[in-house]
Design a protein around this ligand. Structure first.
Ligand code: R2B
Length: 310
């Protein structure tokens, strides 16, 4: 019952290859993946990325470098003494990308436009590298809604600030609507990887993908605010009653573009705070740093489990 079986509805064919629905790509002699600092003339994508099975994305370059080193450990891989991992996209000065065995670890910046650009380029990279059946993860941070700080949230669905589960983007002056759908089987597989010994909870629910960190998420502490605390709390409680468990800023385009291509994807975030209790992220840095490792641990254990099956 995976997305990939519905080959007509989205982009993945039954042999695991996915289809980018863009006839113009076939006619291009060269493709410059500008924000990744790569191009199809100077770089041999099959040689560089042909073995990739998983792509993990997270907001900051630092987090994704840390994740890459953590993966080395989890997957039992060793760098030659005296060597370090290299940021493959360092020349772009936009995103940072590390490769650890069959895993790419890439920073996506903040918000829908930033991760959207990355998704276009990463999906083309995977296509040019002839990768089959890749799985994409976002390992991020979020604000919980009735969810304690430190809790892991796996997104079941994504909605925008008006409750619509479509990624809507103006194209040639008209709105194009793409359904934001996460792979339900992948969510179950991730839940199976939860360590029962964890001292924190892992929950699933609807993610509200906001276009802003402050007013767009009902905060009182932005530069501007035209609503009262009571109105904010009423809104947050209404969201909670509708099954919304967290706010973040990327889920909608992440779910929509991966689904459109027929690529399985999951959004796994740690809550930095419970928004029912406040707006400011004032958790001590070292605690936040420990919390940020929680989605990494879950996704790394999923990847390890999958690779052991191969
Ligand atoms: C979570 O954290 C960032 C905002 O601080 C944003 O990228 C998100 O979704």
């Amino acid at each position: 019952n995976r997305n990939k079986t519905k080959s007509g509805e989205n982009g993945e064919k039954r042999d695991g290859t996915f289809h980018l629905q863009n006839p113009h790509l076939e006619r291009m002699d060269e493709d410059v993946l500008y924000h990744l600092g790569l191009n199809t003339t100077s770089h041999n994508f099959v040689e560089m990325f042909g073995d990739v099975k998983f792509v993990c994305m997270g907001g900051t370059a630092n987090r994704m470098e840390t994740f890459a080193y953590y993966l080395l450990d989890v997957l039992g891989l060793k760098l030659p003494t005296g060597t370090t991992l290299i940021d493959i996209s360092r020349n772009s000065h936009r995103y940072s990308m590390y490769k650890v065995g069959p895993v790419l670890s890439i920073s996506h910046g903040m918000g829908v436009p930033s991760i959207g650009i990355l998704l276009h380029e990463i999906m083309k990279l995977l296509k040019y590298a002839k990768v089959k059946d890749p799985v994409l993860f976002r390992i991020g941070t979020c604000g919980g809604i009735g969810v304690e700080g430190g809790t892991i949230v796996i997104s079941e669905d994504a909605v925008d600030g008006l409750g619509s589960s479509y990624f809507q983007v103006p194209v040639l002056g008209k709105i194009v609507r793409r359904p934001a759908v996460f792979d339900k089987e992948l969510i179950e597989e991730l839940k199976d990887c939860v360590d029962p010994k964890d001292s924190y909870k892992t929950v699933t629910g609807i993610t509200l993908c906001a276009d802003d960190f402050y007013e767009g998420q009902g905060r009182l502490d932005g530069a501007f605010c035209d609503y009262t605390e009571a109105e904010k709390m009423e809104y947050l409680h209404k969201l909670k009653d509708q099954g919304v468990v967290n706010f973040e800023m990327e889920a909608l385009v992440f779910a929509a573009l991966t689904h459109h291509a027929g690529i399985r994807a999951a959004d796994v975030c740690v809550a930095c705070l419970d928004r029912l209790k406040g707006d400011q992220v004032n958790t001590p840095k070292d605690v936040l740093y420990e919390w940020q490792k929680r989605p990494q641990k879950l996704v790394a254990s999923y990847i390890k489990k999958q690779l052991e099956k191969c």
